[in-house]
Ligand binder design. Structure first.
Ligand code: CTP
Length: 406
């Protein structure tokens, strides 16, 4: 399974803005993601960046104004527009926004947009005063109304010296948004998937916590893999360090109790719950309201059990039928298969992904994982050493089969 951008024809329109250099970076990132990128530069864009820069990163001809009337005749825009799966305009100047909102087609880029029925992603970039102008705001609203996805602009320092909204959204974020837009027809389209990620923290006092070494990387990879297959994804996460996959609905939590409540609130109507989080099994029985002082001597911290979220989910599922399918994880340092098999039964799972956390290239913090998938009927599949993204794709591919005919 690949990135949904793989082999997709993408038109990238670059217009006259100082952010045009970021357009070249975007062309490069889209190409690296596997897209076939046709860049169209407006005349003003060519004053900032050259077609050669674009050609060099895409490996394809970059189109300029004279191509509208060039050797291929008047149909170049129709050909480009028709074969596109996605049209991106980044940076989009105030002038181009106005033209698109009015349906004006007076250059190769705007005429191609008009000729294409592909989804349109627009990343405006201009000075803050220009963006704030009622006419620009009205144009943005109008384009939204026509179905365009508007990304940004971000606030920050602008070329004019002003600070405000106007900076083009970073190319990586636009690429991720494009990835999301190209994934909507996948095998999990319309399916509701909830993923938990990261390790919970249990307070001792206002300063100290008991936590674990989970980074959240496997959970985030699962969320991305589910999005790539078209699912509507809710990500319940303790992690603040990782970029949230574009299109995911994020619920931030800290403790096992928070996570339990977030899961309970999210599972109505859910097709698939994936509990990848490392949930604390114990928490301090009493949380000190004040910082525990050294002078008071060595503290004794009594613990109590937290709720087993998956066992609670199993009870709810018996009553409501949701979530329709549940996948758990088993982090084990010994007797991997035996322990994971017990958990699959006790927690009434449809699948458990067992990983040996004693190995240095698997488990917490690293980018790779060594996962064995175990089904309740005792069958298993060893995925071997994989990146967490590859492991996530395998797990989601297995889950997608469950929903093929239901
Ligand atoms: N889990 C849960 N609620 C908890 C603890 C764990 O829902 N309070 C989930 C985890 O998200 C994971 C699965 O249960 O999907 C197994 O977690 P793991 O830590 O491997 O097992 P535990 O049930 O906590 O048992 P032990 O720590 O004794 O191995």
């Amino acid at each position: 399974m690949n990135n949904p951008l793989k082999d997709k024809h993408v038109i990238l329109g670059i217009t006259g803005s100082i952010a045009a250099y970021k357009g070249v970076d975007l062309a490069s990132k889209l190409t690296q993601a596997g897209a076939i990128v046709d860049v169209i530069l407006t005349e003003s864009a060519c004053k900032f960046v050259s077609p050669l820069s674009c050609q060099s990163v895409t490996g394809r001809k970059a189109f300029i104004e004279t191509d509208l009337w060039g050797g291929e005749g008047h149909v170049v825009h129709v050909a480009l527009g028709h074969r596109a799966s996605l049209v991106i305009i980044a940076p989009a100047s105030a002038n181009t926004l106005a033209k698109l909102a009015a349906g004006i087609a007076d250059n190769l880029l705007t005429v191609t947009v008009l000729a294409s029925s592909a989804p349109l992603l627009i990343a405006p970039a201009m000075d803050a005063d220009m963006f704030d102008k009622p006419v620009t705001q009205a144009n943005v609203q109008k384009l939204r109304g026509y179905g365009a996805v508007i990304v940004g602009p971000e606030s920050g320092h602008l070329a004019s010296g002003l600070v405000g909204p106007g900076r083009m959204t970073e190319p990586l974020e636009i690429t991720n948004q494009a990835r999301f837009m190209m994934s909507r027809n996948g095998s999990l389209a319309g399916r509701k998937v909830v993923v938990t990620a990261g390790g919970t923290s249990e307070a001792i006092d206002p300063v100290r916590v008991i936590t674990n070494r989970s980074s959240g990387k496997q959970g985030y990879a699962l969320a991305q893999a589910a999005l790539d297959l078209g699912a509507d994804v809710t990500l319940i996460s303790t992690t603040r360090q990782l970029p949230v996959p574009a299109g995911a609905r994020l619920i931030e939590v800290i403790s096992a109790q928070d996570m339990l409540e977030a899961v309970n609130q999210s599972i109505a109507g859910t097709d698939l719950l994936i509990m990848a989080a490392a949930v604390a099994d114990f928490r301090p029985f009493k949380v000190s309201g004040q910082k525990i002082k050294k002078e008071s001597g060595l503290p004794v911290i009594n613990l109590e059990k937290t709720v087993d979220i998956l066992k609670e989910v199993a009870k709810k599922r018996e009553q409501t039928g949701f979530p329709r399918r549940v996948i758990g994880f088993a982090a084990e340092s010994e007797s991997l298969i035996t322990n994971a098999q017990k958990k699959v039964k006790q927690k009434q799972l449809d699948l458990i992904a067992a990983n040996d956390i004693s190995s240095s290239d698997a488990g917490f913090e690293v980018d790779t994982n060594q996962v064995v998938l175990l089904h309740p009927d005792g069958t298993s599949r060893d995925l071997g050493l994989r990146t967490k993204m590859e492991a996530a794709q395998e797990i989601l591919a297995t889950a997608a089969i469950w929903f093929e005919h239901s």
